[in-house]
Design a protein around this ligand. Sequence first.
Ligand SMILES: [Zn+2]
Length: 95
Amino acid sequence: MGRRRRKVVRIPKKRLPNVFTCPRCGKEAIRVQLLRGEQRAILRCGSCQLRSEMPMKPAHGEVDIYSYFMDQWYTGKAIIATTPPPSAETKPGQA
Ligand SMILES: [Zn+2]
């Protein structure tokens, strides 16, 4: 019987468990802040000041928020608060 035991790979926790790589500046400086009471999360890059906000579900953790953000980022849907979109994308009714 060739039943192999699956190796459980544990990722050791770094001293900054909620710091992620920023897609804009490439530095490991994104911090995720979960506002569970408000059901939203804030991502902020300490290096380039990128800031994004998104809704979260109670089961979400920092990693979920980050991967969701990366998804949004690469599909161009991420809401970036610090860098206003170029004038081409001005929304009507918003100052
Ligand atoms: Zn950055």
